[in-house]
Design a protein around this ligand. Structure first.
Ligand SMILES: *[C@@H]1O[C@H](CO)[C@@H](O)[C@H](O)[C@H]1NC(C)=O
Ligand SMILES: *[C@@H]1O[C@H](CO)[C@@H](O)[C@H](O)[C@H]1NC(C)=O
Ligand SMILES: *[C@@H]1O[C@H](CO)[C@@H](O)[C@H](O)[C@H]1NC(C)=O
Length: 325
């Protein structure tokens, strides 16, 4: 009776933790990277990302978005998408011109790179926070958030000048305000919903033995592959007990946008039986994958395969003897 609550704790805790860690994408970021080579030559790149997954490209010549996933438009209509493309196309052209005109005033030296990231992120409790960040050569210059532009602490007068640039033009700051407070959050929710099936890919898992780590020892390897998003928890277990010697490798990319991880355990050969590899991932819900080392089921099958025919043979022999006798 005293043990029962402890056992329950042991069973409930492993399932209950990591809910926050093992979640899918929560953010959308639109990036613009502009390389100003000289006074007449600027190279513009644009892309859209859900966390680490690219969902949009940008065709600079025609000024149109490339939708990399069938669900990249989320729940936006074609009209609204066209309107957004118009805004970004105008931004790409006008902003480039603007910066070129102000190169001397801003004391910029060719070549230089400007990075602009507009994004929004879903926080716990369904709050969505939007912001625009501007950087020059990888150094933060400004951040627009909560209706105000704040120069980065180390950016000096440059940050203030760039902020003035952003806020001075009423049309631009109205559009930016709408993108941050309305468009981005609405689009983020819509696209997360539209891509739900692909944004959660279930892992496959299998076991193998690695190169032997020493005399009388085995290296048990648990392979987990094809999952998305990246956060995953893989443990070698004995019953409900996580094995402290579990070694986790790096999460490696697969050829598609899914991930691969191998997790090993070095054990004395006699202690491998009864160990299992347990995989937790958001795509699995509460149904963890559990693989047993040495496959007790197949050992059971072998036993059945040997014992049953032997028994039948014995009975036949007995019958034959009995009849003869
Ligand atoms: C700017 O760079 C491009 C590409 O490197 C080059 O073709 C062009 O002549 C340069 N223009 C000036 C004014 O230096
Ligand atoms: C922006 O405003 C929200 C709520 O209005 C607040 O929670 C958040 O901390 C603010 N962020 C910054 C950077 O001021
Ligand atoms: C798209 O989905 C979001 C979130 O569910 C919703 O707020 C929005 O009204 C939907 N439609 C459009 C056109 O944004």
């Amino acid at each position: 009776m005293l043990l029962l609550p402890l056992l329950l704790l042991g069973v409930i805790l492993p399932g209950g933790d990591n809910k926050d860690v093992l979640q899918g994408p929560t953010s959308l970021h639109l990036k613009r990277i502009s390389t100003f080579v000289n006074s007449t030559w600027t190279q513009n790149l644009g892309s859209g990302w859900l966390d680490d997954l690219q969902v949009h490209g940008w065709e600079s010549d025609s000024g149109t978005a490339i939708f990399l996933k069938p669900w990249s438009k989320g729940n936006f209509s074609d009209e609204e998408m066209t309107e957004l493309e118009d805004i970004f196309r105008a931004h790409f052209i006008l902003f480039t011109q603007y910066v070129q005109d102000l190169v001397n005033e801003l004391q910029l030296k060719y070549p230089f790179v400007i990075q602009i990231i507009l994004g929004c992120e879903l926080h716990s409790g369904k709050a969505i926070e939007s912001s625009l960040r501007g950087a020059l050569g990888g150094l933060d210059v400004l951040r627009v958030q909560n209706h105000s532009c704040v120069p980065a602490p180390d950016s000096g007068s440059r940050g203030q000048k760039f902020c003035a640039l952003v806020t001075q033009n009423e049309g631009t700051s109205d559009i930016l305000e709408r993108l941050l407070s309305d468009t981005c959050p609405r689009y983020l929710l819509g696209v997360l919903d539209a891509g739900k099936a692909e944004l959660q890919r279930q892992p496959e898992a299998w076991l193998s033995s690695g190169p032997t780590p020493g005399p009388g020892h085995l290296l048990l390897v648990c392979h987990v592959s094809g999952f998305y998003p990246k956060p995953v928890r893989v443990m070698w277990m004995r019953g409900e007990q996580e094995q402290p010697g579990t070694q986790q490798g790096d999460v490696m990319p697969n050829a598609d946008w899914t991930w691969y991880l191998r997790v090993t355990l070095n054990v004395a050969a006699g202690e491998a039986a009864g160990l299992s590899c347990r995989v937790k991932h958001i795509s699995l819900g509460d149904k963890d994958i559990i693989l047993y080392w040495g496959h007790p089921t197949s050992i059971g099958l072998i036993l059945v395969a040997i014992i049953v025919p032997s028994l039948i043979l014995l009975i036949c022999l007995a019958l034959w003897f009995w009849r003869r006798w």
